[in-house]
Write a protein that binds this ligand. Structure first.
Ligand code: SF4
Ligand code: F3S
Length: 107
């Protein structure tokens, strides 16, 4: 089991989540964060921290976001670890809650 960052993070990237992770398993891309599934210990601390509710337990991931399970695993191997909160992306408010953001994911 792991927690998964879903599409609501794309173009928002608030980063509140990284501050609470006891095992530092968040990885940062240009406009999205991912969780390394082999490092996550399922503590659930990050889930309520996200202002846009982008984080899900693997077994509660919405059906239409299952692709993010694989994306988190793949991108966590490529991106650098992030452990400290930073400013959200400048247009975070504008992008909050928008559907179909996957096409905007930058790698
Ligand atoms: Fe880190 Fe816990 Fe969130 Fe997993 S569930 S990413 S260990 S804070
Ligand atoms: Fe993304 Fe939410 Fe963390 S927007 S960076 S998952 S706090």
């Amino acid at each position: 089991m792991t927690f998964v960052v879903g599409e609501d993070c794309i173009n928002c990237k608030h980063t509140d989540c990284v501050e609470v992770c006891p095992v530092d398993c968040f990885y940062e891309g240009p406009n999205f964060l991912v969780i390394h599934p082999d490092e996550c210990i399922d503590c659930a601390l990050c889930e309520p921290e996200c202002p846009v509710d982008a984080i899900f337990s693997e077994d509660e991931l919405p059906e239409d976001q299952h692709v993010f399970l694989e994306l988190n695993a793949e991108l966590a191997e490529q991106w650098p670890c992030i452990t400290e909160m930073k400013e959200p992306l400048p247009d975070a408010e504008e992008w909050a809650g928008k559907p179909n953001k996957l096409e905007h994911l930058k790698r």
